[in-house]
Design a protein around this ligand. Structure first.
Ligand SMILES: *Cc1c(COP(=O)(O)O)cnc(C)c1O
Length: 378
């Protein structure tokens, strides 16, 4: 009997260590800084600050979700408030709205960047104001590393004087007209989860040009302790600070961030070169002035059926791919939330597929993905 061996698994986006991470982790052990503070946390924050052009203050936290939670609280979101959120995103963008007892109002995407539509954002705000309930904040997302329409979104936010929380979880290393993503919102957030462009296994950061926000984030993230010799509290606090051990991983990862962006962009370039001639496959191009880290390389097919054919063929080859994010207004948990949509993200979800995008994919891995797709299409 002939045995068929399974080819090795190709992951969608797996961690990729640079080599110096363990030195910093060892340093934490050697100096006994096994705590949610210490030299690695400080140095990691400094490295992020430099990466973002020294224009922001940084608070390293336990996750991107924690950063969004604190960010919304700092922007004054509370019980009963409406918060506008891009619908086409991961649920973690919106979950913290619910933690605070507020309600999400979902806004659909446009097709140039797949991010928040400025027209629908305006509609959502005007509708809220008409009903006597001005939205308290706007969560805009640089999905898959592609910057959202920063100028247009900011103009509307400024016009109505609503603060922006910039979800840059997927966009470290991306930029908009040469300015780094993470620096555009009143508050920005980053994620260092295991699947992101760099990782601390789990982790995040809150960044802001406003020093007070970053300082208050650290205060709230460390149980909101007032200055006193005993434990004194005038606020409800959280345990959201980043561990000094994990920040050691982050320090090492920051040293290779540029290489990681190059590798992911090169994956995207290869897919486009190899698959761009098929009329069934479309890519999201960078508009003028937009620079994406290409965290995930995504393709758009003409239909759900073709998308599924490709996904299943890849699965059969032990290649992990994934449909694009399911819009949050279509998620069961948010089915009763207000939404301003025109079908764009629903269609992207139906037709789109994320291909393996890790910075550690070999040429053979990439070829295997491409050959599988070509076999289905030809
Ligand atoms: C990963 C991610 C988050 C959450 O970050 P965690 O560090 O995993 O909590 C939030 N928003 C988006 C768009 C993400 O991709």
């Amino acid at each position: 009997m002939k045995t068929v061996s399974t080819p090795t698994k190709i992951w969608l986006s797996s961690p990729h260590m640079g080599g110096t991470e363990q030195d910093y982790v060892k340093e934490a052990f050697d100096t006994n800084w096994i705590a949610p503070l210490g030299p690695n946390v400080n140095a990691f924050e400094q490295a992020i600050k430099e990466e973002l052009g020294n224009t922001v203050h940084v608070a390293a936290l336990s996750s991107g979700t924690a950063a969004i939670h604190l960010g919304l609280e700092l922007l004054g979101v509370g019980k009963g408030d409406d918060v506008i959120c891009q619908s086409f995103t991961f649920s973690a963008s919106a979950n913290p709205i619910s933690y605070l007892g507020a309600q999400p109002v979902f806004v659909d995407s446009e097709l140039d960047t797949w991010n928040m539509s400025p027209e629908l954002l305006r509609k959502a705000i005007e509708s809220g104001i008409k009903e006597g309930k001005k939205p308290k904040a706007i969560i805009a997302v640089h999905l898959y590393g592609m910057p959202y329409k920063v100028t247009e979104i900011k103009a509307i936010a400024d016009e109505f004087q609503i603060p922006v929380l910039e979800d840059s979880a997927e966009a470290l290393g991306s930029s908009y007209h040469e300015m780094p993503c993470g620096t555009f919102g009143d508050i920005g957030i980053l994620s260092f989860n295991g699947n992101k462009i760099i990782t601390t296994s789990g982790g995040g950061a809150l960044v802001s040009k406003n020093r007070t926000y970053a300082e208050k984030a650290v205060f709230l993230a460390t149980q909101a302790r007032d200055e006193a010799p005993h434990y004194q509290h005038s606020n409800i606090g959280y345990n959201y600070r980043m561990s000094n051990v994990l920040a050691g991983i982050g320090r090492g990862q920051m040293e290779v961030l540029d290489d990681r962006v190059k590798a992911r962009r090169s994956n995207h370039h290869y897919y486009k070169e190899q698959l761009g001639q098929f009329e069934e496959i479309e890519f999201l191009n960078e508009p003028n002035g937009y620079f994406s880290n290409r965290w995930l390389s995504c393709i758009l097919t003409p239909s759900f059926e073709i998308r599924e054919k490709l996904r299943l063929a890849l699965l059969n080859e032990n290649v992990e791919s994934r449909p694009l994010w399911k819009p949050l207004h279509l998620q069961p948990i948010f089915s009763t939330a207000k939404h301003f949509v025109d079908g764009t993200s629903a269609s992207l979800f139906e037709r789109g597929l994320c291909l393996p995008s890790g910075s550690n994919l070999s040429n053979e891995d990439l070829e295997r993905v491409v050959i599988t797709i070509k076999t289905v299409l030809s």
